[in-house]
Design a protein around this ligand. Structure first.
Ligand code: IYR
Length: 221
């Protein structure tokens, strides 16, 4: 039986070093942009594997790690996903989306056409496990599933950016079609479809701003 507790492996840094690292990280992460135009340039699978390992370190409810990542590079599967996603998106843009939603989407220039679902080398379908399956086939309750999978997804996006890749958080809604296409069980619900690759030559992104620190944070001293 392994020890229930082991010493924490932690490196304490000086205040100056911490600030330098925090600034350097912000300089890097603020260059991340959601990309919608992808190149067909291939990406070695080993890079995706490392980023997924990073995602799998995310803090989560009771360490039950309620996520599953399906990495799709097969062109035929990507084509089927595109067809299904575009069907849902057409319904969204043509009649499901309320006007106020379409209004805030307008500056982003999105529409129902999703060619990137075939162009980009990888689609990572992220599934949230509403409950687990025990070895005897019974259900195991999972805790803080959305929070856990959301955090893991954030780590994955950050890892991909750090590795030099671009991604798009795509949320066709509803996206239950992913369970069937990808053969995932009933305890898993699709959380997000991450489109991953290199940006297309000359790709453009919306000219939008992030909120200031004052707008996003309050300090109570
Ligand atoms: N899922 C649609 C619409 C969409 C919704 C939001 I909120 C966005 O930030 C972007 C798009 C689509 O992918 O086009």
């Amino acid at each position: 039986m392994s020890e229930p507790f082991v010493p924490l492996s932690f490196t304490s840094l000086s205040d100056r070093e911490m600030l330098e690292r925090a600034e350097a990280f912000y300089r890097g992460i603020k260059r991340r942009r959601t990309v919608r135009d992808f190149s067909t340039r291939p990406v070695p699978r080993s890079i995706i594997e490392q980023c997924l390992l990073a995602a799998g370190t995310a803090p989560n409810g009771a360490n039950l790690q309620p996520w599953h990542f399906v990495v799709v590079s097969d062109p035929e599967k990507k084509r089927v996903i595109r067809l299904e996603a575009e069907r849902e998106e057409r319904a969204f843009y043509e009649h499901r989306a309320p006007d106020d939603w379409l209004e805030v989407l307008a500056p982003l220039g999105t529409d129902a056409d999703k060619p990137f679902l075939e162009t980009a080398p990888y689609l990572i379908a992220i599934f949230a496990q509403a409950y687990g399956i025990k070895s005897d086939g019974g259900k195991r309750k999972h805790y803080y599933v959305s929070e856990s999978v959301g955090i893991a997804t954030g780590v994955l996006i950050t890892a991909l950016h750090q590795a030099g890749l671009a991604c798009l958080t795509h949320t066709p809604s509803p996206m239950n079609f992913l369970n069937e296409i990808l053969g995932r069980p009933a305890n898993e619900r699709p959380f997000l479809l991450l489109v991953v690759g290199h940006p297309a030559e000359g790709a453009k992104v919306p000219n939008i701003e992030k909120k200031t620190l004052d707008e996003i944070a309050t300090f109570i001293d």
